[in-house]
Write a protein that binds this ligand. Structure first.
Ligand SMILES: NC(=O)c1ccc[n+]([C@@H]2O[C@H](COP(=O)([O-])OP(=O)(O)OC[C@H]3O[C@@H](n4cnc5c(N)ncnc54)[C@H](O)[C@@H]3O)[C@@H](O)[C@H]2O)c1
Length: 353
């Protein structure tokens, strides 16, 4: 099968390339290294592209821009894809406020370009769109919380397993990023429901792993480990550092994509994150990284929360597990952190500026 992966030099894209290449498929990667344009040299993904070129068998890379409709159309005209995994994005909540037009063009219009090219040229293909929990805006913050020693948590027992897909997506503060992704999320659902195409929408929690080019504005654990190893200072914004994220290794995301691709359900939406077992607050993540690296690192508290930041976000994975019972989380939070630290130790030093 021909598999198209957009954002192929990024965290999830590169994991997807490796996984489907190892299964013997022919992989087409689209990535124009725009992460460097968004975040500067620390966001450069070329090291990951080189790594992929050296470790895959049937991987071809195209430095195309998903905003370029004619080029995308031409790619689809030339190749009949059986699976499309769309990971290219402007991925940062905070960055979007500086570049609202670019953010919308990449996230919303770029997604529509791909969906429409798929409809025109390979409408039987499975199309997985990587969406985000930011489509819920800050509605998850309305859930009653309790403050514990190192984290916030849900106060009511019925919320214990986290946020499910019934959470509303409108009448809430998203950030421009959340809004552009919500636009793409709705359009992707429509290609599933209206055109009956095999489109699945995965709303990610914190996706992570050693292939992330982590920067302050995106890539929580990867950036945290990078600062710890480089001796820089980490800024903690608001909520006393007790805000909670659920972290999922990229390989578990890709296994979910594989399950969906084998049995697609047109237009379905799934929350995909690490779930409660892989949830940590920033304070807890700092403590775990200090224990792993055996050294204290500098962090400073900025008493202003990021606008629209989630106080406690845990993905409820029940729907995905019900539809795809073969899938489960295989990497726990400690294993993930250890892998990130080991991998960053072996990489050339990056600036954390
Ligand atoms: N990492 C997370 O915590 C997280 C959480 C929720 C959702 N997501 C979503 O998952 C997807 C993948 O995230 P990631 O962490 O792998 O991001 P990433 O930034 O590591 O990878 C995205 C890749 O897309 C490329 N790209 C950006 N704009 C492009 C364009 N116009 N044309 C071609 N390539 C372009 C970038 O160069 C980058 O390599 C994104 O849609 C993101 O919004 C990520």
């Amino acid at each position: 099968m021909k598999v198209l992966v957009t954002g192929s030099s990024g965290l999830i894209g590169s994991e997807t390339v490796q996984h489907f290449d190892a299964l013997g498929h022919e992989i087409f990667g689209v990535d124009n290294n725009m992460r460097r344009e968004f975040f500067g040299p620390a966001g450069d993904t070329l090291w990951n592209l080189e790594r992929l070129k050296g470790s895959t068998k049937r991987f071809a890379h195209f430095a195309l821009d998903i905003r370029d409709r004619a080029a995308i159309d031409e790619l689809f005209r030339s190749h009949c894809f059986g699976l499309i995994v769309h990971c290219a994005a402007q991925p940062s909540h905070d960055k979007a406020r500086d570049i609202p037009l670019l953010d919308f063009e990449v996230n919303a219009l770029g997604t529509l370009n791909l969906l429409e090219a798929a409809r025109q040229h390979c409408r039987e293909a499975v199309f997985v769109f990587m969406s985000t929990n930011k489509v819920y805006g800050d509605a998850p913050n309305e859930i009653p919380m309790k403050e514990l020693a190192t984290r916030y948590d849900y106060a009511r027992p019925e919320d214990y397993d986290g946020i499910d897909e019934t959470c509303r997506i409108d009448r809430t503060l998203h950030s421009l990023f959340g809004a552009s992704k919500a636009a793409a999320d709705l359009v992707a659902q429509e290609y599933g429901r209206y055109f009956n195409m095999n489109v699945g929408v995965f709303r990610g929690g914190c996706l992570t792993g050693p292939s992330h080019s982590g920067v302050e504005l995106h890539g929580f654990l990867s950036y945290l480990a990078r600062v710890a190893l480089s001796g820089g200072t980490y800024n903690v914004y608001g909520y006393k550092g007790k805000q909670v994220r659920d972290n999922i290794h990229g390989s578990d995301v890709v296994r979910a994509i594989e399950e969906f691709a084998a049995n697609p359900r047109p237009g379905e939406v799934y929350n995909i994150g690490g779930g409660r077992q892989n949830s940590v607050s920033i304070l807890e993540a700092i403590a775990r990284i200090e224990a792993l690296t055996q050294r204290k690192f500098e962090w400073r508290y900025v008493d202003e929360a990021r606008k629209g930041d989630h106080i406690c976000y845990i993905s409820n994975l029940a729907k995905f597990k019900r539809h795809y019972p073969n899938w489960q989380i295989t990497r726990g939070i400690d294993a993930i952190l250890e892998e990130i630290v080991i991998s960053q130790r072996s990489q050339p030093a990056h600036s954390t500026a």
